[in-house]
Design a binder for this molecule. Sequence first.
Ligand code: ADP
Ligand code: MG
Length: 344
Amino acid sequence: NKPLNIPRIHALPLQLANQIAAGEVIERPASVVKELVENSLDAGATQLNIRIEGSGSQLIHVRDNGAGIHPEDLPLALTRHATSKLSSSDQLSQIGSLGFRGEALPSISSVAKLTLISRQADSDCAWQLIPSENTLKPTAHPLGTTVEVRDLFFNLPARRRFLRSARTEQQHILTTLQRLALSRLDIALDCQLNGQQKMVLPAADSDSKQLQRLRKICGSRFVKDAFVIEQQRDLMQLNGWICPAIAHRAHNDIQYFFINGRVIRDRLISHAVRQAFAEQIPAGRHPAYVLYLTLPLDRVDVNVHPTKHEVRFREARLIHGLITSAIRDALRQTMPKSTSTTVP
Ligand code: ADP
Ligand code: MG
C-alpha cells in the first residue's frame, strides 16, 4: 500500500480564518445589518440611520449616536475575538449585551470593504479607520459611530452566487430591521433604500407611539385584534401583544419573540406558544404575537450559536411551562385592547 500523502498541519492565515468565521455569521446582506444595528444598540444609541444601496451588497451604511469607540481601539474593533463587552469567563453566564463574541466586524471586514468612523464625547473630532490602508485619520462626524460596508462578498464569488435577487435581499433587510425595531421600541430608526425613505420609526416613548410602531410593522389589523399581555411569574416577566381566539389569516407571519431584548427564534419557545394557543386557533392558522420575555441573565445561555438567535435555558421545562401558562391566563382574561405594555 502506498502511504497517503497527507500535508502537515499549519495555522491558517488570519484573513482566511476570518473568512471562515464570516461564513457562520454573515450569510447575506441582512446579517450585516443585524450585526451593525446590534452593535449600535450595545453602544447605547437612541437614533439609528441606515442606508442601503442595491441588494445591500453594494452598500450598507449604519450611523448611530451611541458612545463611540476610542480612537486607539478602532483597529481592535476589527480584530477577531476582541470585544469591549466581555472580559472574564464568569461574565459568560451573565451576558446583558447583544454582542460578546468579538467576531462580527472582523468577519465583515474580511468579506467586504469596511470603513469605520467614530467619535466619543470627550473628543474634538472623529477618527476614521481605513483597514485597507491601515491608517487613522481625523474627520468630521457627530457623536457616535458610522460603519460603512461596501462590496459584500467581493472576494467570495461562491457566496455571491448564493445571493438572491436584489428585491429578495432587500426584503430580508427590511424584515431584519422590523424585528430589531420591535425589539427596542424606544429607539428611533430610519432606513433609506436606494435614496428612498423606506422606514421612518420615531422613538416610541408613549403608549400611542408604541401602537403606531406596532401598526407600521404588524399592520392595523393586528393592532385592532391584539390585546396586551402582562404576566409576572417567579423572576420571569412576559409582556407584549397577542391575538385572541380566531387569528385572522393576515396575521400568519406575525410571530415575534424577544428574550431580554434579543430577537429569538427558538423551538422550545415556539412550541410553548403554539401549545398555549392550541385550543384557540383553528387548524392551518397560526397564532400572532409580539412577546417580550424578561429573565435574570443567568437563566438563559445565549452563547449557543454565532448568530445568537438560539438560546439554551437553565430550566427549559420550567420556562416552557411558564410561557404556556402565562399566555393561557392572558387569553382567558379579556383585557382591554389598545392599551400599552411596559416593554423593557
Ligand atoms: P462584539 O459586538 O461581539 O463585541 P463586534 O465585532 O461586533 O464584536 O464589535 C467589536 C467591538 O467594536 C465591540 O465590542 C465594540 O466595542 C466596538 N463597536 C462596534 N460597533 C460599535 C458601535 N456602533 N458603537 C460603539 N462601539 C462599537
Ligand atoms: Mg457585535
